[in-house]
Write a protein of this length. Structure first.
Length: 122
């Protein structure tokens, strides 16, 4: 029987799919090659559970999220007054990018643990 801890680790790809769909919807583009590519990679990952891709993909997503947090900070600096619009931007941006970092870290931890456990012992 699987515990909640294992269940959360194994659902990281599904949470990333939800985040990708949110991103795709928020861009208002019907054809978004970045979202389509990311969805295909995540679906591939769910089907095949590739350990190397399971380590590389979350690292890339964490780096991109950190970059986007810097972009969020830069965008907030353009506001003369910290009004409701700036507060909304900050709240949604932090929620999105910090949750993406957390979920990506969970995915990384899950696949790194699998990778280490399957290495031959010398």
């Amino acid at each position: 029987m699987r515990t909640n801890h294992t269940s959360i680790l194994n659902s990281a790809e599904y949470l990333l799919i939800i985040a990708t769909l949110f991103y795709w919807h928020s861009t208002s583009l019907i054809f978004n090659p970045v979202a389509i590519g990311l969805l295909l990679i995540l679906i591939f990952q769910i089907i095949f559970r590739n350990k190397v891709l399971g380590i590389i993909l979350p690292c890339i997503l964490i780096m991109l999220s950190l970059y986007m947090l810097l972009a969020l900070r830069s965008e907030l600096n353009e506001f003369k007054v910290f009004n409701n619009e700036a507060q909304t931007l900050l709240a949604i941006g932090l929620l999105l990018f910090l949750s993406l970092i957390i979920v990506s870290f969970l995915m990384f931890f899950n696949y790194f643990r699998r990778f280490v456990n399957n290495q031959p012992k010398f």
